[in-house]
Design a binder for this molecule. Structure first.
Ligand SMILES: Nc1nc2c(c(=O)[nH]1)N[C@H]1C(S)=C(S)[C@@H](COP(=O)(O)OP(=O)(O)OC[C@H]3O[C@@H](n4cnc5c(=O)[nH]c(N)nc54)[C@H](O)[C@@H]3O)O[C@H]1N2
Ligand SMILES: Nc1nc2c(c(=O)[nH]1)N[C@H]1C(S)=C(S)[C@@H](COP(=O)(O)OP(=O)(O)OC[C@H]3O[C@@H](n4cnc5c(=O)[nH]c(N)nc54)[C@H](O)[C@@H]3O)O[C@H]1N2
Ligand code: SF4
Ligand SMILES: [Mo]
Length: 782
């Protein structure tokens, strides 16, 4: 067993380092001491997680980063201070950025302007800025000639993109093209991307990473309660009496929310039930942790509902007055007996009973989930089941009760969903198939006919390109060659396209496949708004100047539209928001002027006089009849589990670690973060490792039906016997988990890939830890 992540370097290496590197070294040293103490008290915790908890808890106090030191070389009036919103994840932390000459010197939360995070931030939001002034930022457009990139003027590059897109449409029709928009960019930039797709290119083939993430949440909640978003504000997360947390590694993926939840559990005795295949850090604080078999969530959730109804613990009045479909659900859950749930999902009956009873009897309960529920070939059914449980127990629509999906990218709620860069929706979830909605946008956009056929989702775009249907793509802020399923195939598909343009802040490995690369501004260089996981729309401001000739995403899209004869004439993001206000009822009253004075406004906010809506569904649900609609769900396991095959005896699940962000374009450029985790690893249970003859720190080969990768074994009891966990991140060299995942078996409604369960086998390669030479040999080129 190890107490360290393989690839984690010792603290002694880092003691000389300053800034982030120094912080990480000190955090780790202190964590080591804390770890020893915990070891002595018999509650040994892997070092990584002590450090993680340590970081999450102490960063807020600012003790580890001495702002005075960072600023001591300057007089305060020489330093710029900008209040802005974090560009990493969707928690939506706000803080002041202190900067000088294009460099971020420090970050300090200002609780008065930070409704969600107060005085807290996590390590990425506080220190993750080296990427912005890194030397390899894109500063000038690039065009490919004879297979090589050369710098080009904006004029030339944009002309080439416009010509490339026009040629494809001339030859293959308007749907021969597809666009990927970016949840890293602002609401205003995403609004323009969907406008560009629909008004200019007349296609609904536009999607974004929301698809790979919470699209089942949007689909499941739209059907049941109405809005494709969480129903609660931060109040419920901080003050509820009970939590059900599943498929969310909260301390690593949403650290600031985790801190809030842990505080409520510790200080106010809130109950917390954690259901997860891995014994994640939240388990340590839980009333009860239940290890589940990945991919069978409908089974245990239906089991909970059955127990609640069977014992008359459901909220009869709420069910009667505010919901429809109870009888169907009651009938549907009958087969999910405790014995059946144990057999299928691995949940012991007494744990099922305790959770069901505590949740049902609690005065309030908040249901929290993330990708462990969504990234399945039946993700939407999981979400419908979760909504059913919340509704049957009557825990929706109060200040302390409700549905809390923790969203992912900084602006996936707003930019990835609300703004409509998705195949079936205009902004504000107005359907492209709805005649009234189409007419409204046709009139606003001054065109006779907008397309009424739903476009392709992101993974379908790749499948359609593979069939030769899509021949050109425009990808904004998405590193698809690492984040899509079955990436080797995705890379080949990009190469086969007749035209590809990529808009990013780096020449990513995806951008290398492009004909034209457009340099964009990074989140810290951007003006506009992001929308948090709790639906709070908040301002983002330029804290440092962008490098070279990089431009704001929205400007690039506007200049591209001009080349097709559309003069939008927006002078700033605030003017774009005015158009959003006019066309998107849920954003009707959210103007930049108001945000400047009010700080943040949770949608729906119907008009300028409306205060915004922190808690949804207090009176009625957002459905035609105002009631919540429950639907029974069935047993739906992972697709590959049905392909019983002894060659692949283990289930691989993939996900995140605290110190990395996705494909690493930002975090891999952070020396402190690199010094912490810089190598792909795989968590293997000690019994499984012993059976396989694998020891900690060894290089193993992991093989699925799609391919093989190597990773360092981390032998740990975090994972159960039949499950291995591989981070989804690209660590800057070597392999990625997505070489093993499958792109064909998508959720039928939301089209999310089954990232959370892939059948694999693991075998030792006979190698010990990688040598420096091997590491260099495996070096990627990102
Ligand atoms: N540090 C960091 N934070 C991030 C990100 C990042 O890259 N790095 N990314 C952001 C983004 S875009 C997102 S979407 C969020 C994601 O946030 P999370 O979804 O919390 O992150 P993951 O690590 O993908 O996995 C979630 C959990 O699902 C569990 N799980 C696996 N299979 C199953 C299953 O079948 N059922 C259940 N119930 N659980 C299962 C895993 O063990 C894990 O604990 O994080 C955001 N925050
Ligand atoms: N196996 C597996 N695969 C997964 C997941 C998983 O759990 N398991 N999770 C999925 C999920 S939830 C997500 S969200 C995706 C994430 O997948 P991606 O979105 O592809 O990951 P990122 O690395 O965040 O890529 C964002 C890109 O945007 C660029 N960028 C950053 N800021 C800006 C900006 O302001 N403007 C522009 N134009 N570009 C910018 C970055 O350099 C980077 O290239 O991965 C998905 N893939
Ligand atoms: S929790 Fe998310 S929003 Fe907050 S500082 Fe960390 S990465 Fe940024
Ligand atoms: Mo995500």
């Amino acid at each position: 067993m190890t107490d360290e992540t393989p690839g984690t370097k010792g603290a002694e290496d880092d003691t000389e380092k300053e800034g982030v590197a120094g912080f990480m070294a000190r955090a780790k040293e202190q964590a080591q001491t804390a770890g020893k103490k915990m070891g002595e008290s018999g509650a040994f915790e892997p070092l990584e997680h002590v450090a993680e908890s340590f970081a999450a808890n102490t960063m807020s106090e600012g003790r580890l980063f001495d702002m005075a030191d960072a600023l001591s070389d300057y007089r305060l009036n020489e330093v710029d201070v900008t209040d802005t919103t974090c560009g990493y994840c969707a928690v939506g932390c706000r803080f002041d950025i202190y900067s000088k000459d294009g460099e971020v010197l420090g970050v300090r939360p200002n609780p008065e302007k930070a409704p969600i995070n107060g005085i807290s931030t996590c390590v990425k939001g506080k220190f993750g800025y080296k990427y912005a002034d890194s030397e390899d930022r894109l500063t000038q457009p690039l065009v490919k000639e004879d297979g090589e990139f050369r710098e080009a003027s904006w004029e030339e590059a944009l002309d080439r993109v416009a010509d490339g897109l026009k040629e494809i449409q001339d030859e293959y029709g308007r749907n021969g093209l597809s666009l990927v928009s970016s949840s890293k960019t602002t609401n205003e930039a995403n609004y323009l991307m969907q406008k560009f797709a629909r008004q200019v290119l007349r296609t609904n083939n536009i999607d974004n990473c929301n698809r790979l993430c919470h699209s089942p949440t949007v689909a499941g909640l739209s059907q049941t309660v109405g809005f494709g978003a969480g129903s609660v504000g931060t109040d419920a997360l901080e003050n509820t009496d009970c939590y059900l947390i599943t498929g969310s590694n909260t301390t690593e993926a949403h650290p600031v929310l985790a801190t809030r939840i842990k505080q409520n559990v510790k200080d106010d005795d809130a109950d917390m039930f954690v259901f997860d295949p891995r014994k994640i850090q939240m388990a340590q604080f839980a009333t009860q942790y239940t290890r589940i078999k990945p991919g069978y969530d409908t089974v245990w959730i239906n089991g909970l509902i059955r127990h609640v109804i069977e014992n008359d613990l459901h909220d009869e009045e709420f069910v009667e007055e505010r919901t429809v479909g109870f009888e169907e659900v009651k009938e549907g859950v009958e087969k999910f007996t405790p014995e059946y749930v144990e057999e299928k999902a691995g949940v012991p009956p007494e744990e099922l009973k305790r959770a069901a009873e505590t949740i049902a009897e609690a005065d309030s309960c908040t249901f929290c989930w993330t990708l462990g529920l969504t990234e399945h070939s039946h993700g939407t059914e999981n979400i419908v089941s979760m909504a059913n449980l919340a509704l049957v127990t009557g825990h929706v629509g109060t200040e302390k009760s409700g549905l809390a999906p923790f969203r992912g990218q900084n602006n996936v709620q707003g930019g990835g969903g609300d703004m409509g860069p998705i195949p079936g929706n205009f902004p504000g979830y107005q359907k492209v198939t709805n005649d009234d909605a189409r007419e409204k946008f046709e009139e606003a956009y001054g065109v006779d006919h907008l397309p009424d056929d739903e476009g392709y989702t992101i993974t379908e775009q790749f499948l359609a390109a593979d069939r030769g249907e899509i021949r050109g793509m425009f990808i904004q802020g998405e590193n698809v060659v690492y984040s899509e399923p079955n990436v080797s195939h995705a890379g080949e598909i990009l190469d086969d396209l007749e035209f590809l343009a990529v808009q990013d802040i780096f020449l990513t490995d995806s951008a290398k496949h492009a004909d034209v690369v457009l340099p964009a501004n990074a989140p810290v260089e951007t003006n506009g708004t992001y929308t948090s996981s709790t639906r709070h729309v908040q301002l983002v401001k330029r804290a440092i100047d962008p490098p070279g000739n990089a431009k704001p995403d929205w400007v690039i899209t506007q200049e591209l539209a001009e080349r097709f004869g559309y003069e939008w004439g927006f002078r700033n993001p605030s003017e774009i928001m005015d158009e959003i206000n006019d066309l998107t009822p849920i954003y009707g009253g959210i103007t930049h002027e108001r945000l400047e004075t009010e700080g943040s406004i949770p949608w729906p906010c119907w008009d300028e006089d409306h205060p915004g809506t922190p808690h949804l569904y207090t009176e009625e649900f957002n459905t035609d009849d105002g009631k919540a609609h429950m639907f029974p769900t069935d047993v739906s396991g992972p697709v590959e589990a049905d392909m019983e095959d002894e060659a692949f005896p283990l289930a691989m699940t993939t996900g995140r670690v605290l110190y990395q962000y996705h494909t690493g374009t930002m975090t891999n450029r952070e020396p402190g973060i690199r010094s912490y985790t810089d190598e792909l690893f795989v968590e293997i249970n000690p019994d499984t490792a012993a059976d396989l003859g694998v020891s900690d720190g060894q290089v193993v080969e992991i093989t699925s039906r799609k391919g093989s990768i190597t990773a360092l074994a981390q032998v740990t009891e975090r994972t159960g016997g039949d499950v291995v966990f591989v981070p989804m991140h690209y660590f800057g060299r070597g392999d990625v988990a997505n070489e093993l995942t499958d792109e064909e078996h998508l959720d039928p409604q939301a089209h999310v890939p089954e990232y959370k369960v892939t059948d694999v086998r693991v075998a030792p390669t006979g190698e010990g830890e990688r040598t420096e030479a091997q590491k260099a040999g495996a070096e990627g080129d990102d």
